[in-house]
Write a protein that binds this ligand. Structure first.
Ligand code: NI
Length: 144
């Protein structure tokens, strides 16, 4: 960020550098998502970025959310390992859904609720598994 000044209603106006490819993608996605203004999309992106880190800053908060994992079911014992992890972390798992996407790929959607610390432990266990192709999460704080 190279510039910051106070604008109307105490809103900070900033300018910063972006790689042209990143800017192009950002503008395209902003349009696809129906945002009329770049700044609105950017505010949401920044808010999500901050929320993700705030959750990790205070692991005693309660949160709820989902973990998505995409994996190849042919990877040695992966279904069994995911099952074992699920049993070990059952107190924060509300429910889960398994979708056979194609011949090789499976999607698990895991709904979680509990202390951030416990949810992150589950996330880390899953992340370490060989054969996980993608892991995404979304957590919301439900109380302080
Ligand atoms: Ni499957």
């Amino acid at each position: 960020m190279v510039q910051r000044k106070e604008g109307r209603e105490g809103v900070a106006r900033i300018s910063f550098s972006l790689h042209p490819k990143l800017q192009k993608d950002f503008d395209r996605i902003t349009g696809l998502m129906g945002y009329e203004e770049r700044s609105k999309a950017l505010q949401i992106a920044v808010q999500n970025f901050i929320n993700d880190f705030q959750l990790k800053e205070d692991p005693d908060k309660n949160a709820t959310g989902t973990i998505l994992i995409l994996y190849e079911h042919d990877t040695r014992n992966i279904d069994s390992k995911i099952n074992d992890i699920g049993h070990a972390h059952r107190l924060v798992i509300v429910s889960s859904l398994h979708e056979h996407l194609d011949e090789e790929n499976c999607l698990n959607i895991i709904v979680v609720r509990g202390k951030v610390r416990k949810i992150l432990e589950l996330e880390q266990e899953l992340r370490k598994l060989k054969g996980i192709k993608q892991l995404k999460y979304s957590y919301l704080v439900v109380e302080r």
